[in-house]
Structures are given as structure tokens and as C-alpha cells.
Design a protein around this ligand. Structure first.
Ligand code: AMP
Ligand code: GLY
Length: 429
């Protein structure tokens, strides 16, 4: 029987996951809770329940049961940390993909991830756990090296909560402001230097099977990595800084030992594992873990993935991931995020978007929606990151980049978008 799959969330990551899952010959429909203006294409259907909100878990489960949804995939971290998987499991529904609330500490508690990596002697920044601002000030003052200090909030901060300081003086002047915004408990970490890359894996509770391609995000708002950090202004894959072998090593020697240790501790970790990595001159080190797929990394990743994602996730839920090896296209993919003017601060919403069809007509282009909504047949902006224009080329990253920007050139809104002009350029220099 053909399967129905539900995706929780409404961003570009969710559109890309659903687009890929919908290509499976076992899937008849992808239901998004709530999705965006782009997700109603082909086999997609939006429902008006926002599945990322805790208050909606019980309505959502009623819907899932009455529709006979075969699998639920959770996009963002908030519902995971709020226990959506626990809730569904406790009511007898086990086909929900993602870690439990207890296992979510890998992302939601930076002290937990620091401790487990420390115990297992895994490569990460040298850090000190501080439970109060006084302790943090003392720790900063005791630093002997002056190669930079990073202040990292202990809890979830929606991708913010990290302050990178060049000098001890700067760290001392930032610490109180940081505590005011994100709480007094922080890691004081050494600053690491090198190019960043992301590694994604799928954990079935016993081992982590990687997507054997590296991906590079672009967090700063402006070209040449200037300006404030954002959720990500674009991403491409593969990133030359990390080969498929490096990626496999991260999964085998860092991620798998962590999920095994968590299992020994009685906390089974099932779901996506996201390693934010940095390539230092001593090799790859971990910056942080997330318990979900990256956004916008997911968009190029889904264009690179050749295997059936529905079957892969299904095997993972059955604890049979060892029977699956994911395959990838040989080319490259590049995703350029079009953001509302003013993002990541305040911005206007409700502007009409033109040119989407023309962009999607270009060979190799797929426009993934994020902050968009449909109003009387017109697609409007409704968020900070609006679209992820993604190009794939079998000829490699330069061509994927060219195709993505050809797509970008077709799209317009009044007052225009902000986007970076240099996504994937690090791969070419
Ligand atoms: P995170 O939210 O932990 O991914 O951190 C956000 C960004 O802060 C990362 O993408 C890095 O650019 C930077 N960062 C975090 N920790 C470090 C570190 N120890 N050394 C250098 N940069 C860091
Ligand atoms: N692109 C960064 C993130 O998803 O956290």
C-alpha cells in the first residue's frame, strides 16, 4: 500500500525533506504541518495545524491516526526538545522520526555534549563549564592564551547564543550582556580557526550512518563572511575542505561512539545527527551538535541524495539502518537563500514574489520555499529567509553555483531581496 508521510515544520529544510520523500515510489502523499506556499506541489498537502507547537501535539496525533499516516518526520528542534516523539510514543505511535526529549540534550544542553565528548576524548574546543557570570569572568581572566575566546550559552537559543571574541578584554565586556540575553550558564571555550563544514548522519540508536557528502553553510549575513550571524544564507555540497572519507570518519569515530555511550546510559538516540565541524590544522573538531537537519544545508543535500529517503528513514525506525547504504549524485549542488531586506532583524512581510516559475524552468534549478504563504493565488513573503534557490549540476560546483544564480536572477519582489553573491566561492578559490 502507498504510504502517507507527514513533515512537521514550515521552512526550507521541511520543503526539501518532503520534496525528496515524495519522490519515493512507496509514498502517495506528503502532508506538511503546516508547510509553506511551496509545499503544496505534486504530492504535497498542507494542513493548518502547526506541528512545531507543543499545544498542538494531541490534535496532530488525532490527525495522524485518522489519516493513517505511516511516518512523521520532525524538521525543527523545538518540538523535539518539547517531547513530540515521547508524546507520540506514549500514545502507541512509534513511526515518528527524531530523538526523544531526553536524547535531545545533545543539542539543548551544551554542557552535556561537552561532557560526553570529553569522556570519550573526542576532538573539540577546550572549554570550561561556568554556572554563574562570576565563574565565567574568573575563567576568562585565567586564560593564558590570547588567541580568542568563545562564550557559548548552555541552552537552546535559536542558533544565537554564541559570542566569538578576539581578545580577553572583549570577552569580559561581552559576558554580562550575553548572560542577560541567554542566561548565566555558559561554556567558555578556546577559539578554533579553520573552515567550517557540516556533517549529517542518521542514527538508528546503535550507529550513525552518514550522508557521505560534506556541506558548507554560510552563516554570516554578508559576502566574505562579514556581518551578523544568521540561520544560514546559503550552502553547497560537496565542500572540498572535507572529503567523503573525512565525513565517514566523523560518523564512525565521533558520532557513533556518542550514540553508543548514550545508549549505555539508557538514552537511545534515534534521528538525524548534525555535526557542526571546523577543519583545524590538527584535523576536524566539533563545534556543536544539533538533533535535526541543517537549514539551508538540507536543500543541497536533498538534491545530491540519489537513494530513496523514505526507505532510508523507514529502515532507521526499524533499527535496520545497517542494511542501507545511501547513494549520492556525482555532481554538486548550491543553494542561495533569498532573505527579506532587514533580516535577521526586523523586515516587512506580505510582499508579492514573482518569477518563481521561470526560475524553476531552468534545467537543474529547484526553488525551495521557506518564509512564503499563499494568499488568493498570490505567493507572498512571510518570513526572514524566504526562498532557497538551489542548483544542481553533474559538472561540479562552479556550474551548480552558476545555475543557482541564474535562478536567483529570475526572481523578484518589490524592494528586492537580500542575498549573498559568494555562496560556494570558497570551493573555487
Ligand atoms: P554554534 O551555534 O555553536 O554553531 O556556533 C555558531 C558559530 O560560532 C559557529 O558556526 C562558529 O562560526 C562560531 N563558533 C562557535 N564555537 C566556536 C569555537 N570554539 N571557535 C571558533 N568559532 C566558534
Ligand atoms: N544552517 C545552520 C543550522 O541549521 O543550524
Amino acid at each position: 500500500m502507498m504510504k502517507k508521510v507527514m513533515i512537521l515544520g514550515s521552512g526550507g529544510r521541511e520543503h526539501a525533506l518532503g520534496w525528496k520523500i515524495g519522490q519515493s515510489d512507496e509514498v502517495s502523499e506528503v502532508i506538511y504541518a503546516p508547510g509553506n506556499a511551496g509545499t503544496q506541489e505534486e504530492r504535497g498537502r498542507n494542513i493548518s495545524i502547526d506541528g512545531s507547537k507543543k499545544d498542538n501535539f494531541s490534535t496532530l496525533l488525532d490527525f495522524v491516526n485518522s489519516e493513517g499516516v505511516d511516518m512523521v518526520v520532525v524538521g525543527p528542534e523545538a518540538p523535539l526538545a518539547d517531547g513530540v516523539v515521547d508524546y507520540f510514543n506514549s500514545k502507541g505511535y512509534s513511526r515518528i522520526f527524531g530523538p526523544t526529549q531526553k536524547a535531545s540534550v545533545l543539542e539543548s544542553d551544551k554542557f552535556f555534549s561537552f561532557d560526553i565528548m570529553n569522556e570519550l576524548r573526542l576532538p573539540q574546543a577546550r572549554s570550561v563549564k561556568c554556572y554563574s557570570t562570576d565563574e565565567a569572568v574568573r575563567t576568562i581572566n585565567e586564560r593564558t592564551s590570547n588567541r580568542g575566546i568563545v562564550i557559548k550559552a548552555r541552552g537552546l537559543t535559536g542558533g544565537k547564543g554564541v559570542t566569538v571574541c578576539d581578545l580577553m578584554e572583549q570577552a569580559l565586556s561581552e559576558i554580562r550582556d550575553h548572560a542577560g540575553k541567554y542566561g548565566p550558564e555558559v561554556l567558555i571555550a578556546e577559539r578554533l580557526f579553520g573552515q567550517e563544514f557540516s556533517v549529517f548522519g542518521i542514527s538508528d540508536g546503535t550507529r550513525v550512518s552518514p550522508l557521505e557528502i560534506s556541506i558548507q553553510d554560510h552563516k554570516p549575513l554578508l559576502d566574505n563572511d562579514r556581518g551578523p550571524n544568521t540561520g544560514g544564507m546559503g550552502a553547497y555540497s560537496p565542500a572540498p575542505i572535507a572529503s567523503a572519507l573525512v565525513v565517514r570518519n566523523v560518523a564512525d569515530n565521533i558520532m557513533t561512539p556518542i550514540v553508543q555511550r548514550m545508549k549505555e546510559q539508557g538514552t537511545e538516540y534515534k534521528g538525524f545527527v548534525y555535526g557542526g565541524m571546523i577543519m583545524t590544522d590538527q584535523g576536524p573538531k566539533v563545534i556543536e551538535f544539533n538533533i535535526r537537519f541543517g537549514d539551508p544545508e538540507c536543500q543541497p543535500a536533498m538534491m545530491m541524495l540519489r537513494s530513496d529517503l523514505y526507505r532510508t528513514l523507514s529502515s532507521s525506525l526499524d533499527g535496520k539502518l545497517d542494511q542501507i547504504r545511501m547513494e549520492f549524485n556525482s555532481g554538486a549542488a548550491c543553494c542561495v537563500v533569498l532573505a527579506s531586506q532587514g533580516y535577521p532583524e526586523s523586515y516587512k512581510k506580505g510582499l508579492p514574489i514573482g518569477g518563481l516559475e521561470e526560475a524553476n524552468k531552468i534545467q537543474g534549478v529547484k526553488v525551495f520555499h521557506a518564509g512564503t504563504r499563499l494568499d488568493n493565488g498570490q505567493i507572498l513573503t512571510s518570513g526572514g529567509r524566504v526562498l532557497g534557490v538551489t542548483g544542481y549540476s553533474s559538472n561540479g560546483v562552479a556550474d551548480a553555483q552558476r545555475i543557482a544564480y541564474e535562478g536567483v536572477a529570475k526572481i523578484n519582489v518589490p524592494g528586492d531581496f537580500h542575498y549573498r553573491k559568494d555562496i560556494a566561492s570558497k570551493a573555487l578559490s
